[in-house]
Design a binder for this molecule. Sequence first.
Ligand SMILES: *Cc1c(COP(=O)(O)O)cnc(C)c1O
Length: 413
Amino acid sequence: MVAVPRRLAEELDATDPLAGFRDEFLITDPGLIYLDGNSLGRLPSATPAFLDTVVRDEWGTGLVRSWHTWIDWANRLGDRLAEHVLGAQPGEVVLSDSTTVNLYKLAAAALAAAPERRTVVVDAEDFPTDRYVLEGLAAERGLTVHALRSDLDTGLDLDQLRAALDEDVALVVLSHVSYRSGALLDMAAVNAAAHEVGALVLWDLCHSAGAVPVRLTDSAADLAVGCTYKYLNGGPGAPAFLYVRAELQPALRQPIWGWFGQRDQFEMGQHYDPVDQVDRFLVGTPPVLSLAAVDPALALVARAGLPLIREKSERLGQLVIDMVPDDMRLASPADVGRRGGHVSLEHPDAWRICRALADSGIICDYRVPDRLRIGPSPLYTRFVDVWDAMDRLRDLVATKEYTRLPSERPRVT
Ligand SMILES: *Cc1c(COP(=O)(O)O)cnc(C)c1O
């Protein structure tokens, strides 16, 4: 570890073009250092008032008449996400359901479009829900899941992926940024490799949306899903998004035939006949109140812009890396170009260290087997927050103060 003076962090804050955005969040406990924005983003200050209007005026007074306003929110927010966050075109992104459900819908649609292909490629170290969904789909159809064992710290190697690709592969499902290590994949290169053998790629963008610029159109992406409650600050359980490249939309059919995908929905037709557009991947009535909370949150991200967000995120990550305690090991790619918005550190007692940090008012999180995950979300995290947290971490690790805590883990880690 190099000695980084706190003054350096103070200087970075003084010249930070995004510094003012911290005031756009409701921070009720200024002493708390929150480095878990990659799990649940903070509450934007504009959100409670906006929700209050939606609840009182639109629901309370407008009642069912407010559906004229609500009916296109999922598309409008999708288009804003496409423009400001995902590098996609209008009409390619819509908000709906959860990431898991969207993953199921799009993966099932992709598999149904290539029934002669019998293999699905996933990363064995990817977020569990992604693997489970694909396991389930494969079991139902008698397909083979080829789970690649990527490096836990540096992520999937492109040559390893290429070696797994052949004409039998229908679909490749990968996270753009790995949930544990933060390893960032080269989206364009992966898409190109899959397209060479005629396979589609379904991206999970949960840990990249709002943290790293995503260029779905430029990298010729087919399909993507992701959540809005992490770096996008949409609130717990906020609806997820899905992306389907425009020319694929009419050709793909999702497995849940609901009325929100139906042509002339209110004609109440006898049989399912989905629209050709992205709405064909919708199912039923959207959770309007949760959808509403995404609006002010997305406005902040759009105003700050991904280029500045990424630039600050890279610097915050570098500060973490510069201050890794001697007894901990960096478990993320050291190269900033291969890393997303969070950094993981390895220590056999990572769980108790995480607990001890929380007791000192520093919130990070723990991931199995022995990783401490530090996710400084750029819109509201100051460089001094990271400095103070890392300084405390060094102390904790050096004094082994955490050994006083029990090692049992609760239901949520
Ligand atoms: C957070 C996360 C999810 C969450 O899925 P939900 O359906 O919202 O529970 C899925 N995949 C990845 C990679 C995630 O990081």
